[in-house]
Design a protein around this ligand. Structure first.
Ligand code: NAD
Length: 494
């Protein structure tokens, strides 16, 4: 803390050193609950990114590459333990930066540690294979690190989503340059500090907070980077893909969603209702996997829409530090304005405003908005098709299985989907037809380190989590050894 009470982190973490940024500039991080600057965090520019990439490249041939994978796993496990031991402090920093209630960010710290624990165990289980393609040839594959991984993070769950990338990247023996989002620059530098304490060698993890158009762009286009692992908006992913094209960087993208939540009339309605409220409004709607479109079969539609609106109105919006708070403010003024614009679009399109739409009573300062439910939303409107990234739910009726599958697939996104029914055959039939990377039945969004996660269409490229992600942090090398004796015939001899 500085004398004036600001949280100050004015150094970047590059090559195992805490260095002042080349420009000497800091990002002024705003506390979304008070709309005031709470932290000054070092801002990286192109020169800092260049230095970080060089450090990461050097580290590729350092002790990290020679370390037994089991030892790498042990270091990751130690980092997981340190996150758990420092969870309260990390959760408070994250909460000041992005406005999530501390009880939510505390839960995310535990999950971040769980993720790292899983990937600590994965470090010595990434095997190649022996391929019996000829009797006198020994053919086998090696799984080698991709090289320098550029991780570009969003602001909604910085530490957790950082660990989704850091866990498998380090387990596979890569080195990293991590760029946190400019809205939430503070917390990942704490992860760098803990990584250092855990025994991660210098240069293996480099952390450079900075703006997307400067530091992010420099990382995405840097010829010394082999892979970009990105989470954020699909428009940014498209720009990154173009920047990354010059040296054919491997790219994986986790982008947004407009997740369908389908309730058939034969479902356990109380269960569907309870899951829907949390799935639609948690994290102030700032989640890629939010149940933002609820389709309800006509016989139960009116009752369901009224009940979800009644429950949404009871959600306690408040200060992130207050233990009773269910959801906090938006992370930024821009995100609040975006949510408000979609509320306006909903009203103008003739959708029925069931609850919310304005600022919660008594919260005059901070980027707050009421949980909002629209019913009778026209499926062709922007509110029904585009990602809001706020607590705004569109409820729509349907009359047949065929119709709802068409509606569910009628967006450019395809991240997460869910359906509630007691008909077993229908559950499997519809799940197979939903164009999403993760579909759940009678539950929603069971995101877990053991389950592949990622999107169809504009929701992304590639999958995170599970052992499957290790494919995306390794290159496969095929080695063939000829075991035969004698001199092979020379076809050019005569
Ligand atoms: P964003 O795309 O604006 O920013 C994400 C990151 O990209 C930030 O670090 C930003 O600085 C950086 N960036 C911006 N422009 C860049 C450029 N030209 N080159 C390189 N980097 C650049 O996204 P956001 O607003 O931080 O996050 C919200 C979006 O992220 C939503 O669409 C949400 O659905 C998505 N998201 C997806 C997942 C997932 O797992 N699928 C998780 C969380 C958020």
């Amino acid at each position: 803390m500085s004398d004036d009470g600001l949280f100050v982190r004015d150094r970047l973490y590059i090559g195992g050193e805490w260095v002042l940024p080349h420009s000497g500039r800091v990002i002024q991080s705003i506390d979304p609950a008070t709309e005031t600057v709470w932290a000054h965090v070092a801002e990286a520019d192109e020169a800092d990114i260049d230095a970080a990439v060089k450090a990461a490249r050097d580290a590729l041939s350092g002790p990290w590459s020679r370390m037994d994978p089991t030892k790498r796993g042990a270091i990751l496990y130690k980092l997981a333990q340190l996150i758990t031991a420092n969870a309260r402090q990390l959760a408070e920093i994250e909460s000041r930066d992005n406005g999530k209630p501390v009880r939510d960010t505390l839960g995310e710290m535990q999950r971040a540690a769980d993720w790292l624990t899983f990937f600590a165990g994965a470090a010595d289980k990434v095997n190649g294979a022996q391929i019996p393609f000829k009797t006198d040839m020994l053919a086998y594959t090696r799984r080698e690190p991709v090289g320098v991984v550029g991780a570009i993070l969003p602001w909604n769950s910085p530490i957790l989503l950082c660990c989704w990338k850091l866990g498998p990247a380090l387990a596979a023996g890569n080195t990293m340059v991590i760029k946190p989002a400019e809205q939430t620059p503070a917390s990942i530098l704490e992860i760098a500090r803990l990584a250092e304490e855990a025994g991660v060698p210098p240069g293996v993890v480099n952390v450079c907070p900075g703006y997307g158009k400067i530091a992010g762009q420099a990382l995405a286009s840097h010829p010394g980077v082999n892979k970009i692992s990105f989470t954020g908006h699909h428009g940014t992913a498209i720009r990154i893909m173009k920047s990354a094209a010059d040296n054919l960087k491997r790219c994986t993208f986790e982008c947004g969603g407009k997740s369908p939540y389908i309730v058939f009339a034969d479902a356990d309605i109380d269960r569907a209702l309870s899951v829907a409220v949390h799935s639609a409004f948690r994290s102030t709607g700032q989640s890629c996997s939010l149940a933002s479109r609820v389709f309800v079969e006509r016989p139960v539609y009116e009752k369901f829409a009224a009940a979800i609106a009644e429950r949404a109105a009871r959600i306690r919006v408040g200060a992130p530090s207050d233990r009773r708070t269910h959801i906090g403010p938006h992370t930024s003024a821009e995100q609040l304005a975006k949510t408000q614009s979609y509320i306006q679009l909903g009203i103008e399109s003739g959708a029925r405003l069931m609850t919310g739409g304005g600022r919660p009573e008594g919260l005059d300062v901070g980027y707050y908005v009421q949980p909002t439910v629209f019913s009778d939303v026209d499926p062709s409107t922007r509110l029904a098709r585009e990602e809001v990234f706020g607590p705004v739910l569109a409820v729509m009726p349907f009359d047949s299985e065929e119709e709802v599958v068409g509606l569910a697939n009628s967006t450019d996104y395809g991240l997460v989907g869910g359906l509630f029914t007691s008909d077993l055959s229908r559950a499997h039939r519809v799940a197979a037809r939903i164009e999403c990377g993760l579909v759940s039945v009678n539950t929603f969004r069971p995101v877990h380190w053991m389950l592949p996660y990622g999107g169809y269409k504009l929701s992304g490229i590639g999958r995170e989590n599970s052992m499957q992600v290790m494919d995306q942090f390794t290159e496969t090398k095929t080695i063939v050894v000829d075991l035969s004796t004698g001199v092979p015939e020379d076809p050019f001899a005569n």
